[in-house]
Ligand binder design. Structure first.
Ligand SMILES: Nc1ncnc2c1ncn2[C@@H]1O[C@H](COP(=O)(O)OP(=O)(O)O)[C@@H](O)[C@H]1O
Ligand SMILES: [Mg+2]
Length: 327
């Protein structure tokens, strides 16, 4: 027996009267085979999809547990180093003080790294929460400058400001915007020579505010200006890692800005300096707090994180599908 498709077409004369029937029996063995194979492939894809969903949930649990379990002991260690530094637990020799300050610097470094890794994972999994309120940008800038002035002074760098007098309020997550400015100023300081200058400006541009962080440091080659926003990318990975940081700051910064419906761009010339522009709408049409969006834009820049089906798994699936189709 051969599966058939029976098609009957009426045959009409010039007047349109039916004078006969053309009958056509088509062998649909091939078609049926393709259909079965499609159903099989569909089933496999659904299974893969379920697996990915489970991995995604696992990632969320992992994030919650890690953020708690890594950061709580860190807070305790920090607290005790503070008590030791303040002399609350007794007098310390100069050598002990020096040792504690080295400990503290390294704890801060580790803490920042954990925070960055958690942020990038949250951005990637769509769980970075953005809590927007009406905020005064001048106030945010003043607080950020108070935090960053000390770091700038250690390199004898002056931060000049050029802020519009009547900046309108913005609708944004205060702490996250502070984080954006701290990242940009931190980079500007890090990649400038001692005694250099940084200009932080903010102005209204139609329905947006534009914040610019300008430095006169080493600059970024043209062909790297897009890549620096990818996670873990550093222009000179050997050198730049020594400065502290693993290349997550700008990816997080871009993620936060885009979650505010904003845009971040850079203009730079090697040896002359760089300016990073952050454009934030006064009234964002959306705040991507819960929406999942990929922080990795350049697939080639993807590090080997295996929350995605492995290459060999995919290859096996494709082989099976191809094999089924050939059977
Ligand atoms: N202001 C700047 N001047 C020169 N290079 C910069 C500047 N900001 C960023 N970069 C380059 O972009 C890379 C990525 O920046 P970022 O994501 O903040 O990572 P990190 O600061 O941890 O190295 C830096 O390692 C550096 O190579
Ligand atoms: Mg950085």
């Amino acid at each position: 027996m051969v599966p058939c498709l029976h098609v009957a077409t009426p045959l009409k004369d010039e007047k349109g009267d039916i004078v006969g029937i053309i009958e056509d029996f088509r062998d649909i063995t091939e078609l049926e085979r393709v259909e079965i194979n499609l159903a099989k492939a569909h089933y496999k894809l659904r299974q893969q999809n379920e697996k990915l969903k489970r991995l995604n949930n696992l990632q969320k649990i992992f994030l919650n547990v890690t953020s708690h379990e890594l950061r709580t002991p860190m807070a305790a260690i920090k607290g005790y180093t503070d008590l030791l530094t303040m002399g609350t637990l007794g007098d310390l020799t100069d050598e002990q003080k020096e040792a504690i300050s080295v400990m503290r610097r390294n704890i801060d470094r580790l803490d920042n790294l954990i925070k960055d890794i958690l942020d990038i994972s949250r951005l990637e999994s769509g769980t970075l929460s953005i809590q927007p309120t009406k905020c005064d940008l001048l106030e945010i800038i003043t607080e950020v400058l108070a935090t960053m002035r000390f770091t700038a002074e250690t390199k004898n760098i002056i931060i000049e400001t050029n802020i519009d007098n009547n900046l309108p309020p913005i609708y944004a997550d205060r702490d996250r915007i502070k984080q954006v400015l701290i990242n940009l100023l931190g980079n500007a300081i890090k990649f400038s020579d001692s005694g250099s200058k940084i200009i932080l400006s903010a102005k209204r541009d139609k329905n947006n505010v534009v914040i610019a962080v300008k430095d006169f440091g080493r600059g970024i080659p043209k062909n790297k200006q897009k890549k620096i926003f990818e996670p873990f990318y550093q222009v000179d990975s050997g050198m730049d890692r020594k400065f502290g940081g693993v290349g997550l700051g700008l990816a997080i910064t871009r993620g936060i800005v885009e979650a505010h419906d904003g845009k971040i761009t850079v203009e730079s010339q090697v040896g002359k300096g760089s300016t990073f522009f952050v454009k934030l709408p006064l009234k964002p049409s959306f705040i991507k707090s819960e929406k999942r969006f990929s922080i990795f834009r350049d697939e080639k820049a993807l590090p080997e994180i295996s929350f995605r089906p492995s290459h060999s798994e995919l290859e096996k699936l494709i082989d099976e599908m191809a094999g089924n189709a050939k059977k």
